[in-house]
Every structure is written in C-alpha cells, then in structure tokens.
Write a protein of this length. Structure first.
Length: 272
C-alpha cells in the first residue's frame, strides 16, 4: 500500500498548494500527499538543492510536476517576494519551523527570540502575505503545523509558546476570515524525521509504550491529516487543531503514581 495515496487522485485537481519546509521530513510528506491527491505543488525553503531533489522524488511517485522556490520565513522581504511569485495558491501549508531543546531557565534572550521569531513571527509573515491574497482572490485554505500544545512541552518552552500563539492566531483568523479562508492546525506528536533524530538523540523512548497507540507515527499520518484539512472533505472545519500523536496528549498522568506514591489525605502541600 502507498501510505501517501489514501485519497482520490483527483481530490485536489486544479488546486495549487504551497508547502514551506517542503524539502524534508514532515513537509516533504505533506507535499507528497498533496501531489498524490492531484494538487499542483510548490515547495519552498532556504536550500535549493534539497528542494530540487525532493521535487524530483515526488514527481517520480505522483507523476505530477512539483515546483521549487526559495524563502526564509523569518525574512519578510523574501516572504513578500515569494507571495508575488506564487500568490495564486489555493492551499498554504506552514510547516517550516523548529527549535533547539533546552531547559527554560537556561534560555538566553536571543535564544528565546530566535525560536519565537521562526515559529510565530515566521508563520505570521506567511499567513498574512498569502492570506491577504486569498481574501482578495475569493478564498483558500491554510494549515499550520504546530506541536502538541495544551499540556506544556517540557524542554522546548520557547517553541511551545510560539506554537500556542499559532493555534490562537488560527482560531482568531478563522473568525475574521471565515467566509473566505479556512485555517486549521495539525499538531504532530513525535515523528522520527532526520531533523528529529539529529536534535533529540534520546527523545524517542519510554513515552511511546504509554501512549494509547504505542508506536512511532509515520510522516504520512501527518500528511493525511493535512490533506484532509485543506481539502473540500473538511469544508465545514475551521479554527481546529487536529492532534496526530497516537493519543500522546490524552495519555496524561492518570495511571502514574506521583514519585513516592500518593500522599496521605489532607496532608498539606509541600509547595510554597
Ligand atoms: C525535549 C523533548 C521535546 C519533544 C517534542 C518535540 C517536538 C518537536 C519536534 C521537532 O520539531 S523535530 C525537528 C527538530 N529539529 C529542529 O527543530 C532543528 C531546527 N533548529 C534550528 O534550525 C535551529 O536550532 C534554530 C532554532 C533555527 C536556531 O538556529 P539559528 O542559526 O537561527 O540560531 P543561532 O544564530 O545559531 O542562535 C541564536 C540563539 O539561539 C541560541 N541557540 C541556538 N541553538 C542552541 C542550542 N542548541 N542550545 C542552546 N542555545 C542555542 C544561540 O546560542 C543564540 O543565542 P545567543 O548565544 O546569541 O544568546
Ligand atoms: N518531527 C517531529 O516529531 C515534530 C516536528 N514538528 C514540527 O514540524 C515541522 C517539520 O519538522 P521536521 O520535518 O521534523 O523537521 P525539518 O527540520 O526536516 O523541517 C523543517 C523544514 O523547514 C525548513 N525551514 C527551516 N527554517 C526555515 C526558514 N527560516 N525559512 C524557510 N524554511 C525553513 C527547512 O528547510 P531549509 O533548511 O532548507 O530552509 C526544513 O525543510 C517543524 O515545524 C517542526 O518543528 C512538530 C512536532 C513534532
């Protein structure tokens, strides 16, 4: 079975889709899924060579041409220029992003700013540049790739904050742009892309045996969620965040005892 061919091959016929960070990992998977569903896909990021290789790979699978373009989402001038070249899109996937893991108490001011700038301001640059064009042109659909916000993500407080900002931005724009533009988010759990493995050497571990679906996800799981959300199949859905995390965020501490077991009833809290 082809994991990227879950939908009809003409589901997105006649639609043009742009995926930021589409040269690698999750973005590449989403671009593949869109192309397999019939969209004309543009992948955009900073490294031309990576993009070109990926475009050729996707075309070999889907039989459809894939265009590449350059952008640094942190640099508004390059975003504006991209919007001038590729503004006629129907679908925008904001996938470019990332962070470094560090305890919050150790963040430097510039470290914090850098991650917020990439994931919140960078996404906003893209959303406003392309959203405005979609509004003027009559409509479109946007999907932002975030992370499993809502319960906190220890080790990446900067990114968790930025992604929560994107979720709230998306809900707000769902109101403001409602009649014309749908905007949703996909929240991946942990997916073993090259970038993930390079960044989190010991990240994939015990957590997975406790989550309701106790295995690592495949990038096509994200792609299929994103394709669904930007397709007419999801035409009555906007402002939503779809968690694709094997149930990680419902795993919770329900079955775990606190260290040392439960305290006696009515014992005062040890916290000040
Ligand atoms: C902990 C478990 C979490 C599990 C959940 C995981 C969910 C998410 C998973 C993923 O996202 S998988 C993909 C993972 N890969 C990435 O995200 C890599 C992407 N990261 C980057 O591309 C870069 O790190 C960056 C965030 C874009 C920053 O790169 P940039 O070149 O712009 O920064 P610099 O100019 O080098 O530095 C700016 C500033 O930030 C500080 N800094 C950078 N890296 C680190 C680091 N590893 N540790 C600590 N601090 C770092 C750097 O020192 C600078 O600050 P100052 O020194 O000037 O104060
Ligand atoms: N893998 C996982 O488990 C999870 C991933 N995520 C998020 O999903 C997204 C994809 O992750 P993943 O595929 O694993 O990681 P990758 O690092 O492979 O993907 C990030 C992509 O974004 C591009 N990119 C990075 N910075 C910029 C920029 N400033 N402007 C334009 N493009 C940029 C990169 O290409 P280039 O360097 O050529 O610009 C790269 O293709 C990220 O936002 C990540 O944080 C969220 C939760 C979990």
């Amino acid at each position: 079975m082809n994991e990227f061919a879950m939908y009809a091959s003409d589901l997105l016929d006649g639609r043009k889709a742009l995926v930021t960070g589409g040269g690698t990992g999750i973005g590449k998977a989403i671009a593949t899924g869109l192309s397999m569903a019939g969209a004309d896909v543009v992948i955009a990021a900073r490294r031309a060579e990576v993009l070109d290789e990926t475009a050729a790979e996707i075309t070999a699978m889907s039989g459809r041409p894939v265009t590449t373009d350059l952008v640094d989402i942190r640099d508004l001038d390059t975003v504006t220029a991209l919007a001038q070249r590729q503004g006629d899109i129907d679908i925008l996937i904001n996938n470019a992003g990332g962070q470094f893991p560090q305890k919050a108490r150790d963040f430097s001011p510039n470290g914090w700013r850098t991650v917020i700038d990439l994931n919140l301001n960078g996404t906003w640059n893209m959303v406003q540049a392309f959203g405005n064009i979609m509004l003027d042109a009559g409509g479109g659909s946007i999907c932002n790739i975030v992370a499993t916000v809502g319960r906190g993500i220890p080790g990446i407080a900067h990114s968790a904050s930025a992604r929560a900002g994107v979720v709230e931005l998306s809900k707000t724009l769902a109101y403001e742009w409602g009649p014309k533009v749908r905007i949703n988010c996909v929240a991946p759990g942990q997916f073993r892309t090259d970038a993930y493995d390079n960044t989190y050497e010991e990240g994939v571990g015990d957590g997975f045996v406790e989550q309701p679906l106790p295995h690592v996800g495949h990038v096509s799981d994200i792609a299929n969620a994103a394709v669904f959300l930007v397709s007419p199949t999801a035409r009555f859905i906007t402002g939503e965040t779809l968690y694709v995390d094997g149930g990680l965020t419902v795993q919770g501490p329900m079955s775990a005892l606190p260290p040392g077991g439960f305290p006696e009833r009515n014992e005062p809290s040890p916290h000040r």
